[in-house]
Design a protein. Sequence first.
Length: 199
Amino acid sequence: MCKKEINNEIDEVTEEQPVNSEKNDSECDCDTDSECDSDTECDCEESLPEDKIQSLENEMKALNDKHLRLIAEYDNYRKRTLKEKIELSKTAGEKIFTDILPLVDDFERALQHIDTSIDLNAVKEGIELIYSKFINFLLQQGVKEIETAGKDFDAEIYDAVAKVPATDEEMKNKIIDCVAKGYMLDDKVIRYPKVDVGE
């Protein structure tokens, strides 16, 4: 087929199907305020009414304002709790120190009378009384001594400083002597007892 014949066929096809610049019957020529016919396919973009846009903008502003207020409230709460923690850490030991001051007074009275006292037994009794009061004070605060005598050695509780020969077979891996006492606050070890262990 020559070039001329091809061009003629193209012209015939274009004449049969003319380009229509106007919309087809199936297209919607409705404006945005009118409703489209349900039988026809609508390509026009439906715009929202002005009052709907305004209400959505107001809702967005309200949510944004609420969000900013929540952030500010949380920030204030965080600062307040941080301040309370700092104040609590400063005053946490206040009651303990208040309760220990009478013991300090007793020690000062004992020290004043040590040089002038003739009765050594009375001084000894006074010191033992102060010591007893101090131990009771520690017990009231939840501090108790860790028992060591004859106990099985446990590395979780005791701190072994030396191994000594056991006097008999039963004393092997048991605590022979306590070099420094250990203490627990409630169920937590606050100072490990230093002990000699039998081997």
